[in-house]
Ligand binder design. Structure first.
Ligand code: 5GP
Ligand code: MN
Length: 339
């Protein structure tokens, strides 16, 4: 984003505003961390800022400072709609296509006349925002919120609540600082966040060491279901609705499981297919190493998108048909997978 844009936003925020801050559907650590961090920052200036999430999120995020104030559009429709309708400014964080909030909420956001500001690190942004801070090279939207506050000249406004929220999203979106999007700057930001009061050990414990017995048993089943396709250096896991039911599946229980498929020696493409009978879909997560863009693969074949090495999508096919489709498209990507 240009310096003039930061100047214009600073001017815009110089008087109290009603602000709605929106993460994507099925918010993850980066979506929850970035929206809450921005909310705390804006409210420190007497704005009336509220986070309106499309739907619920996993238990392991429910400690984040300010989390209890988050409105959920799908179960708190009236208040969510009025917060969006009354807003002077709408920030959209960690996504860049309005229907990533779901069809109804996406339409509602599109109809709003509020000034829109996007902060996001996904590829191929839509053109709905007046101000776009869009940078696909960034580790996380949380790191961008840190930059955003810094560019507004307000680093000293980052207190321990804001620091904890930002730490949460950088940690989860970088796989604990190991993905290639992690830079020396990311580590310097993390250092500053710790100085400002983020308790790194505690945050890791709260996110990664609160597994239920059922979740670990489901992981065991997922690992037993792992299939390798050696000629394409690809691996996948499929989980049926009945398997999820057997282990009393809760939102978030399968988060990160696809990375086990990617951790197999020589594997360059990993997928997990998760049946969701109530929505009539199969949810897909894709991960790659090297030049294969799963963003492109997901956009082309699975109604999705994301980043070059991490993307998601969905089908309305059956679980078996989805797996068959995945296997059938592999020849298209052979050059990337076997080089
Ligand atoms: P995950 O596999 O962890 O759900 O998502 C991986 C990445 O892909 C995230 O950055 C997420 O925002 C993006 N993503 C996941 N599902 C979808 C989808 O259905 N559509 C698009 N455009 N992006 C997605
Ligand atoms: Mn993110």
């Amino acid at each position: 984003m240009k310096t003039e844009d930061f100047t214009a936003i600073k001017e815009l925020l110089s008087s109290p505003k009603r602000i709605a801050i929106i993460p994507h559907r099925n918010p993850d650590g980066d979506a929850i961390g970035s929206t809450l961090a921005l909310m705390h920052y804006l409210n420190s200036y007497n704005h009336d800022a509220v986070v309106v999430a499309p739907n619920d999120y996993p238990e392991f995020l429910k400690w984040a400072p300010g989390e209890s104030t988050i409105l959920k559009f799908d179960t708190q429709v009236d208040i969510s709609k009025s917060k969006i309708a009354e807003a002077d400014i709408i920030f959209t964080l960690d996504f860049n296509v309005l229907n990533r909030t779901g069809e109804e909420m996406g339409r509602f956001l599109a109809e709003s006349q509020a000034l829109k500001i996007m902060i996001d690190h996904h590829l191929a942004p839509d053109d709905y925002a007046t101000y776009m801070y869009s940078d696909a090279s960034m580790s996380s939207t949380c790191e961008m919120v840190f930059n955003f506050i810094e560019n507004l000249g307000d680093s000293d406004k980052i207190n321990s609540d804001i620091a904890s929220c930002i730490y949460l999203g950088i940690m989860t979106d970088t796989g604990s600082f190991r993905f290639s999007s992690t830079t020396s700057r990311t580590h310097r930001v993390i250092g500053e966040l710790i100085d400002k009061g983020a308790d790194n050990t505690q945050i890791h414990n709260l996110v990664y060491d609160t597994n239920s017995y059922n979740r670990l048993q489901l992981l065991g089943r997922a690992l037993q279901n792992l299939k390798i396709i050696p000629e394409y250096n690809a691996a996948y896991i499929a989980l049926s609705q009945s398997e999820l039911d057997e282990f009393n599946f809760k939102k978030g229980d399968t988060e990160g499981v696809v990375n086990y498929a990617l951790s197999v020696n020589n594997i360059k493409l990993a997928a997990i297919f998760i049946e969701n009978s109530s929505e009539g879909i199969v949810k897909i997560s894709l991960r790659s190493k090297g030049s294969l863009s799963v963003n492109e693969l997901s956009r082309t074949h699975f109604n999705g998108g994301g980043h070059s090495n991490a993307a998601g999508g969905r089908t309305t096919l059956s679980l078996n048909e989805t797996v068959e489709k995945f296997i059938a498209i592999l020849p298209e990507y052979k050059a990337h997978l076997t080089s």
